[in-house]
Write a protein that binds this ligand. Structure first.
Ligand code: SF4
Length: 411
């Protein structure tokens, strides 16, 4: 799997937001990745006040690279993905902070998609960045034939029309593995199966040869065999077209199969990122470890699947300090071993993490729950060339063993 940005002749900028305004333009052009999200913070105005479901997210996608953004439902993955093309209605959404640089044209500085004008954004949408959503029925228009919808995109972005655009649509349907494309091009969405609809969505997304395809849970609504076919299709198209792929998923099996680089998101923040092989072989954030333990293992006989205790908090009540601390086994274990010296975690340790009990708790627990004098949340720290983790106690994380093989397969 490819490492992300390996040119050692330039300062390494794997995550920190050091593509600053005053940086030499030639450096930015030469080194800038295809997509570079810097410090993205998105909030929502609600009746009960402003909530911030995505905070200070930094993420990069290099050319021809497959990057996965993984986390449980409600972690902010889809909001991050939709922010890239400014698909979120404003209001109630607000882009509070950050930049989303996209290297639209060769040899010119990247544009900031959050600030660019509507005309440029329309050219980028579909033309250079395409998106595939989880449920194709919500994206395909039910009253138009599949072919008409693909032809419309081709006409809009490629300046061809009529029979030429229709021929291209048929060829695209053939390319994504739809049998008898000459007939299916005239089908309505409801006349196709779920897998075929997703293939048609991918065909539409590919119709303008995008540089970047964002696939938001593209296989979640499909059964396991079709999931595998769609993943294989995405992978082969990505290689053939030299396209970059940003894959949003909650499934680490999918990540292991397809991604070069992975970002793990929890409660609106990136908590770990790195080269996929490294992260899956040696996850160093307790949340990533928890996600990996939840993946079913083919050769293991034990009856019950592991779970991460608790649920993802709502953005209206994110915990202070490390947002994972109410669910974190490691901080409970450290607190218990500090208190009793026996290293055994107890259920009561989790209850003791309420703010009113913190003063009486060991320093490690206080830091996890409240932060320290430099930061409330643990900052991302570099572990090695292509691996970063946001955990105060990463030196106390016990390796999981051969987790890469444990990530299993898609589905
Ligand atoms: S910072 Fe503390 S609570 Fe957060 S993951 Fe690390 S050990 Fe757990």
């Amino acid at each position: 799997m490819a490492a992300q940005f390996m040119d050692s002749s330039k300062p390494q900028i794997a995550n920190e937001h050091d593509l600053t305004e005053d940086m030499d333009v030639s450096y930015r052009v030469e080194q800038a990745p295809l997509l570079d999200i810097c410090g993205l913070t998105v909030s929502i105005e609600t009746q009960d006040g402003v909530i911030t479901p995505v905070e200070d997210v930094a993420l990069r996608v290099a050319r021809k690279q497959t990057v996965a953004l993984v986390g449980e439902s409600g972690c902010g993955k889809s909001i991050t993905a939709q922010s890239i093309l400014r698909l979120l209605p404003q209001p109630p959404f607000r882009m509070e902070k950050g930049e989303i640089f996209f290297a639209r044209l060769k040899d010119t500085p990247a544009i900031d998609l959050l600030k660019t004008n509507e005309r440029t954004l329309r050219e980028v949408r579909g033309g250079q960045i395409a998106m595939v959503f989880q449920d194709p029925m919500t994206s395909l228009n039910p009253v138009f034939r599949i072919g008409e919808q693909i032809v419309e995109t081709i006409e809009l972005h490629q300046g061809v029309s009529g029979q030429i655009a229709r021929a291209q649509a048929i060829e695209l349907l053939r390319r994504v593995g739809i049998a008898k494309p000459e007939q299916r091009v005239d089908a309505y969405p409801h006349e196709l199966s779920g897998g075929m609809r997703q293939r048609a969505m991918i065909a539409m997304a590919l119709s303008c040869h995008p540089k970047l395809l964002i696939a938001d849970e593209p296989t979640t609504a499909l059964d396991v065999t079709i999931q595998r076919q769609i993943l294989d299709l995405l992978r082969s198209i990505q290689i053939e077209s030299n396209m970059s792929l940003l894959l949003i998923t909650h499934n680490l099996g999918v990540v292991a199969e397809i991604a070069d680089y992975v970002y793990v998101m929890y409660a609106g923040r990136i908590v770990e990122h790195g080269d996929t092989t490294q992260v899956l072989a040696n996850p160093m954030h307790p949340y990533t470890q928890g996600l990996l333990r939840c993946v079913p293992k083919i050769n293991e006989k034990s009856g019950r699947l592991d779970t991460i205790p608790g649920t993802v908090p709502s953005p209206s009540s994110f915990p202070t300090g490390c947002r994972f601390h109410p669910r974190c086994e490691l901080t409970a274990r450290l607190a218990a071993s500090t208190a009793s010296g026996d290293g055994i975690s107890r259920d009561s340790d989790r209850d003791s993490r309420s703010p009113s009990n913190l003063e009486a708790q060991p320093a490690c627990l206080r830091r996890c729950a409240l932060g320290d004098e430099t930061s409330t949340a643990p900052p991302l720290r570099k572990l090695n060339t292509d691996h970063y983790v946001a955990c105060w106690e990463s030196e106390n994380v016990t390796p999981l063993g051969n987790s890469a093989s444990n990530a299993g397969t898609a589905g």
